[in-house]
Design a protein around this ligand. Sequence first.
Ligand code: NAD
Ligand code: UD1
Length: 336
Amino acid sequence: MNILVTGGCGYIGSHTCVELLNENYNVIIVDNLSNSKKEVINKIETITNKKVKFYENDICDLIELDKIFSKEKIDVVIHFAGFKAVLESVEKPLKYYRNNIDSTLTLLEVMNKHNCKKIVFSSSATVYGNPIKLPIKESFPLHTTNPYGTTKLMIETILNDLYMSDKDWSIAILRYFNPIGAHKSGLIGEEPNGIPNNLMPYIVKVANKELEELKVFGDDYDTKDGTGLRDYIHVVDLAKGHIKAVLKVIKDKGIDAYNLGTGKGYTVLEIIKSFESVNNTKVPYKVVERRKGDIAACYADISKARKKLNWEAKLELDDMCRDSFNYIKNKKDNRR
Ligand code: NAD
Ligand code: UD1
């Protein structure tokens, strides 16, 4: 089986490539390195002791993508490539619509031409906006609050319309909750440029003394300790969910969306506590105003993924906190 992974050098893509190779799939990565580094390829190969094929291309480039599909016999595509920074998407909406939508349309056109009609797509829990109740089920109403989220919802709509027009397609839409953690080797992980927006990358930089203190965005939410509550999932569990989704699209035609989370919610203060205790370190913090646009709580109903994909997250919050920090410590050690 040949699996084409768009955005395979990125955070979730690289972990998924490792799991695919571990399961003996052939992996072909297309990535333009707009948010990743080429050295990730070597790291994936070191971890797995297997080879990957790598094309440094923009998937908006129809001609080059068409050549790749002519050269390789692709069975299934996992489509990670896209921009993902919520705040930037508010400031530069056209950049997000152009890259996320254009790349997907180009990819789907080329797949159609080459009669490759099996795709797993990276969506996000952001498509639920402010959920009507918890836990969140896939059938809940969808709406978005920023251009990034809107690109995800638009792509879900495009995929639905495509399937309605041609029932030969097999499409799995994966709605990720909050991926954190890293591979236990410490070789691959999450590396946002500049000051991180998301909680775990920020905590890691504070613990690593690159940033002074964490700002906790509000402690007056309707949650157990007043701080925001989210469904954090270890990226390796998430990657394994993709293997199950690949099996699903190989087996069954159709289109379906699945929540990938743990089904459990943790508050910001619980994350800090777990991080400090498992890593034997301190994360200085101060409580500040709520972040505009944030919701109080968000966690998944995971029964559909459990039943239909035969998948469930196994790793715990302590594993997530330990592996997130291990990646950064390992990088620092390697620079010495
Ligand atoms: P990432 O930025 O680490 O990886 C994305 C990869 O895609 C990068 O390597 C980048 O260079 C590449 N890329 C972007 N545009 C491209 C293009 N036009 N052509 C070729 N390559 C391109 O992001 P990630 O965290 O690994 O996320 C992967 C996917 O999952 C994204 O679609 C993201 O929106 C989605 N997602 C991520 C999260 C999260 O918290 N990380 C949550 C929900 C959904
Ligand atoms: C963010 C994105 C969302 C995306 C999700 C998963 C925003 C507004 N939303 O949501 O679209 O789907 O990541 O990648 O960026 N927090 C702090 N201090 C910080 C950072 C975060 O207290 O410095 C708090 C937040 O208020 C929240 C929790 O930590 O309660 C998690 O925040 P974050 O990691 O940014 O994820 P989401 O808010 O779920």
